[in-house]
Design a protein around this ligand. Structure first.
Ligand code: SAM
Length: 288
């Protein structure tokens, strides 16, 4: 097993535990270069956490992070509280199609709600590592519905990384919340810095992926988010948001600072959205 790399400081390097649609690993250099001055002095907030690429890269000492996906947030709680038990549990899974579909169907059974947080977290990581394209996707009933991926050697038990994430979550003051982003933002101190990475506005009719949570992300949600950003701005809270580079997003955020970056789409439900695409970074500050 490879050792966890040390970053320049004393923090161990951490990678996202799960592969996530819209994950920001490849945009990290651009995002880091656009952070506001002195962001470390207050609370860091990431209310659309997903795989958490920027959180793990920055490892802030004080943070409030959340996501509306209940299974995802349950997994982070288990990683924080019982990482060794989780690693042991993960080691018991099998990489076969039959076993995959057996685990996948658990959320269609009435007993699913009474399964332990550890069982649910282990199932969640297993399905993420072995499903097609690592795409966590739910149907309208909120049931996981990605197919089996047929990978020969999926990295189901990444012990070093799970332990490193757990250590960070225990050492820093990180609040993990399972809430809609608006509730999270309303309770923040005005000195906080917020990074928003919502489900993107689709660049075409077939390119959207919004199946992170039951109910998805609909047209009016972009307006609601823009209003929440205006509210942050009124309060003096600095924010940075990633979104797709589309006429609607440019129009909604015309009053803010817009920066274009190039990204390669790695996960797409139809496999058709790959290649370099232009994305927007929206900020209500200019000094970096
Ligand atoms: C683009 S992904 C975030 C990716 C993340 N930055 C990463 O590096 O992996 C968007 C996330 O928003 C979450 N989400 C969707 N609607 C939400 C809502 N109303 N409030 C909070 N989170 C929500 C989804 O579950 C998903 O994890």
């Amino acid at each position: 097993m490879p050792k966890v790399q040390q970053t320049k400081g004393t923090q161990p390097a951490i990678a996202p535990i799960v592969k996530w649609a819209g994950g920001k690993r490849q945009l990290l250099p651009a995002l880091q270069s656009l952070l506001p001055q002195g962001w470390q002095a207050s609370t860091y907030c990431e209310p659309f956490l997903g795989g958490g690429a920027l959180l793990w890269a920055l490892q802030p000492k004080q943070a409030v992070v959340g996501d509306l996906n209940a299974e995802l947030m349950n997994m982070y709680h288990v990683v924080r509280d019982t990482p060794h038990e989780l690693v042991e549990h993960l080691a018991q899974h099998h990489n076969t199609s039959e076993y995959f579909y057996q685990l996948r169907m658990q959320d269609r059974e009435p007993e699913f709600a009474s399964r332990t947080p550890l069982e649910r977290a282990s199932r969640f990581i297993y399905l993420n590592k072995t499903c097609y394209n690592g795409l966590f996707r739910v149907n309208n009933a909120g049931e996981f519905n990605s197919p089996y991926g047929r990978y020969k050697h999926p990295n189901i038990v990444n012990r070093e990384n799970i332990l490193a994430v757990s250590e960070y979550l225990n050492q820093a003051k990180v609040m993990l919340v399972h809430e809609d982003y608006q509730t999270v933002l309303e309770h923040l101190p005005d000195t906080a810095f917020v990074y928003l990475d919502p489900p993107y506005h689709p660049i075409s009719d077939t390119s959207s992926f919004t199946g992170y949570v039951q109910g998805g992300w609909k047209a009016g949600d972009q307006e609601r988010l823009r209003d929440a950003c205006r509210d942050l701005n009124r309060r003096g809270v600095r924010f940075m948001q990633s979104n797709s580079d589309t006429p609607l997003i440019r129009e909604l955020y015309a009053e803010f600072e817009l920066t274009t970056v190039q990204a390669v789409r790695a996960v797409n439900s139809k496999g058709s959205g790959r290649g370099a695409v232009s994305e927007l970074i929206i900020r209500n500050y200019v000094e970096c």
